[in-house]
Design a protein around this ligand. Sequence first.
Ligand SMILES: *Cc1c(COP(=O)(O)O)cnc(C)c1O
Length: 385
Amino acid sequence: MLKGNFPVEKFGALPTPFYYYDTSLLRQTLDTVKAEAGRYGYQVHYAVKANANPRILQLIAQAGLGADCVSGGEVRAALQAGFPPSHIVYAGVGKADWEINLGLDEDIFCFNVESLAELEVIDQLAARKGKTARVALRINPDVDAHTHAKITTGRKENKFGINLGMLDGVLDELQQMAHVELIGIHCHVGSQITDMSVFRNLAIRVNEIQDELEQRGIRVQNLNFGGGLGIDYYHPNHLPIPAFDNYFAVFKQLLEQRPGQQIHFEPGRSIVAQCGSLISRVLYVKQGEIKQFAILDAGFTELIRPAMYDAYHRIENLTSEEPVELYDIVGPICESSDVFGKDVELNCARRGDLVALRSAGAYGEVMASQYNCRPLPPSYFSDDM
Ligand SMILES: *Cc1c(COP(=O)(O)O)cnc(C)c1O
């Protein structure tokens, strides 16, 4: 069984569970995304919600990417990590007043606005400060992302964005407002998208939206296509860097970019997922009547994706080369959903073996909870080992 590259002897001394980040893979991924986007002059804002570990954020800020935030807390985390305010965008269906005020005070690049009601509040709060807020309208383009229902965001029935049919009305209102300036349109249709036809449909839909806007005499300076590019959870060792070249090429080929227009993207998962693993120990191997269980010291408190999205994570036994057996791999939490995988092939497991749950750098550590009064997991970085 091909396994990832881990400093297993150094892990031996550390209490588990913990997150381990391969910082050199992160750097290579950042170099790749920058080069591939740079080819066309596209701008990349990292989606902070995928992983807000301060060290990871610093590395991404140092690489020169912008930040895409979905809360005031994320705006603060991005500023602390060194992202310049002029490279911070802020989306979210439920921005509280303090969060909008923070964005105004820090003079962030843009609010991605998700409803008329929110636009009115931004206009009022900006007026109070004597400022003008730069806004992009987040449009719900009704493009099916063909991904898991819990991570689809661009359909009519989703809570996100402004439905296309309502755009005209919102624009009418916007043109009456004195303290907001429309600088772009924004779309984000879902996550873990591996079918490039979704992005093709999105580019074509945005061309149509642009044509309609121009018929009203509106030309926006920025187009933002959100994130969503998927990764290969089944083969983290083969091609750990996603095909950013194919992804950006879709937009280069299909998008009718206007002269001087800036194109933005907000990848999260595709930047950080493969550089992170959750490292855990086998506490017990339990023989059931029809199943054999490997019970880990990590559970959905550390990695909730399998329980929440039925997500697959490749699991490797780092300390055994014995023949493979089938296990249900489970955590210690008192919930039946605390299962990382069923009938998983794993080198014969014994108490104390170290196990890696791969591709856990995105929506892993950042979603950890203290349920069952468990402590939050620490993180370690390959640079320090
Ligand atoms: C979650 C999110 C992203 C990032 O999505 P990924 O699938 O991790 O690339 C980008 N933009 C917005 C507005 C988001 O909510």
